[in-house]
Design a protein around this ligand. Structure first.
Ligand SMILES: *Cc1c(COP(=O)(O)O)cnc(C)c1O
Length: 496
């Protein structure tokens, strides 16, 4: 399998190269260039998460040996990294509603599924291509990606991981998770500004050609750990298959019976992995795209008009607070049968005017498989409460958006096919909102984050996840607060 850019401006690259590069040099995103052949589901009911992952990776990483893939899979998906033997266990709440819990990794958000294995794929890719440089992963984060990337890349040979987070833009738990990060190759710095400031600071570093050249001559190559990297999408295809297998095993569906997947969506990475699962032959009826009140995608799926010209709302599902969903570009490239001319036109319009419209045929193809709607904060809170009451099951704010949108979907379409909701974060990661949702407004003033975790635990007779339980007693290792203009110098100092 080779990879091509959605903008059509570069030569084909191997899987190893696409993982090292992350973004294509013409500004596009890498996608598989060869035809994706459906696999036979019944024949490939491989047992165990590791085996299933290896099977899917072998289809896409043709320049990796089977042994290299097996190594990476074993290093990532094991019981020292994940607190559940199934890695992504399925919970059936009713005979129509199942939840796949994607948050059993070290940082309790679904990003761990990809970021636990990406470092291993990357170091193998360096060996395969003969790349000698040390890779420097540069990340600006609004919360989940930063911690997940830190845990994935800590103490991985030939890599360094640098995270900038906005001083006032992350939750207290997320901040504590990052500033207590252990590892010899990690650097975490708080930036005096908001997330957009930190993000543009990082982009400036990437685009500073002179500086990038200088780094290269010192043996460093900058790369990215966000979902523009194919190496982050590929691992996410696996759990769609895993969930389907579990649905069959528990007799919620029969082989080849179609299911709906509901995906709380921000950058469109998670749901895009579902699209590739569909292309691989997984019996999916609908991919339901659930947004919060930043509902640009809802409008797009309903009308074909993408319009990002609006103010970003800060919601209680912050990991979905995004107006420009990068991975949509990959879907459009697939739906237009790899028409990079169309993609270039649409992406230029998006860049210049903040909006574009796709043609009728593309919209029809999109709507055959995708359906979109949104839930606002009050609907999200009410859903956490009602799911807890009805099923005695705790969900986080992002998962609640998914469930609410699934309810709307059934109301509107009357389609009650079995559905799998992708649960993207542990309720404890967003304990303050979850606690408030299930207790109403009866929350004492002046509680610390740790108090809220403990209260949620005693209130619901569930356990605080182990890496959050002792957060406040952990040593603070990263105390630096810098101004925006100091980001580059901070990076240089760390590498020196
Ligand atoms: C990142 C994230 C999302 C959004 O996923 P995308 O792949 O960006 O669409 C949803 N929920 C949580 C908890 C996340 O961390």
């Amino acid at each position: 399998m080779n990879y091509e850019s959605t903008r059509g401006g570069v030569d084909l690259v191997s899987a190893a190269e696409t993982i090292i590069k992350g973004l294509a040099p013409d500004g596009g995103l890498y996608v598989p260039a060869d035809k994706i052949e459906p696999i036979e589901i019944a024949k490939n009911m491989t047992e165990g998460y590791q085996n299933l992952a290896a099977y899917i990776f072998n289809l896409f990483l043709s320049d990796f040996s089977a042994a290299e893939i097996e190594d990476a899979v074993k290093a990532a998906y094991n019981s020292s990294n994940f607190d559940h033997p199934q890695i992504t266990p399925l919970k059936n709440l009713s005979n129509k509603l199942a939840i796949t819990e994607l948050w059993h990794g070290p940082t309790y958000a679904f990003k761990d599924i990809a970021l636990q294995i990406l470092p291993h794929l990357l170091t193998k890719a360096l060996k395969i291509t003969g790349e000698q440089s040390e890779i420097v992963i540069l990340t600006a984060t609004s919360g989940d990606t930063g911690k997940s990337a830190l845990e994935g890349f800590r103490d991985i040979p030939s890599t360094r991981i640098v995270v900038f987070f906005p001083q006032n833009g992350v939750s207290e738990i997320q901040k504590l998770q990052m500033v207590t990060q252990e590892g010899k190759n990690v650097n975490v710095t708080s930036v005096d500004g908001n997330f957009d400031d930190a993000q543009s600071g990082v982009k400036e570093i990437f685009n500073d050609r002179e500086f990038v050249k200088q780094l290269a001559s010192s043996g460093y190559l900058l790369s990215s750990a966000n979902s523009i990297n194919w190496g982050r999408l590929l691992p996410q295809i696996v759990y769609y298959f895993k969930a389907y297998q579990d649905m069959i095993r528990c007799k919620a569906v029969q082989i080849q019976e179609k299911v709906n997947f509901v995906v709380p969506t921000g950058n469109f990475g998670n749901i895009l992995a579902g699209y590739y699962a569909f292309r691989l032959g997984l019996p999916i009826n609908r991919l339901i795209c659930a947004s919060n009140s930043n509902n640009v995608l809802t409008r797009f799926i309903k009308s074909g008009l993408y319009n990002s010209n609006r103010k970003l709302n800060l919601t209680i599902s912050p990991s979905m607070d995004i107006l420009v969903s990068s991975n949509l570009e990959r879907l459009l490239f697939e739906l237009t049968e790899h028409d990079s001319n169309k993609i270039n036109i649409w992406m230029a319009e998006l860049k210049n005017r903040g909006t574009y419209s796709v043609d009728k045929e593309t919209l029809n193809r999109l709507q055959k498989l995708f359906w979109g709607d949104f839930a606002d904060d009050s609907e999200t809170m009410a859903t956490i409460a009602s799911v807890y009451k009805k099923y005695n099951y705790l969900i986080d704010t992002h998962t609640a958006v998914g469930i609410k949108v699934w309810e709307k979907y059934m109301d509107i379409t009357k389609d009650d096919s079995p559905a799998v909701i992708l649960s993207t974060a542990s309720p404890y990661k967003f304990a303050a909102s979850v606690l408030k949702a299930i207790r109403g407004d009866k929350i004492e003033e002046g509680l610390s984050e740790q108090d809220k975790l403990n209260l949620l635990s005693s209130e619901t007779a569930t356990e605080v996840p182990v890496n959050l339980a002792n957060l406040e007693s952990k040593e603070i290792r990263h105390k630096q607060v810098i101004s925006l203009s100091e980001m580059k110098k901070n990076l240089i100092d760390f590498l020196a």
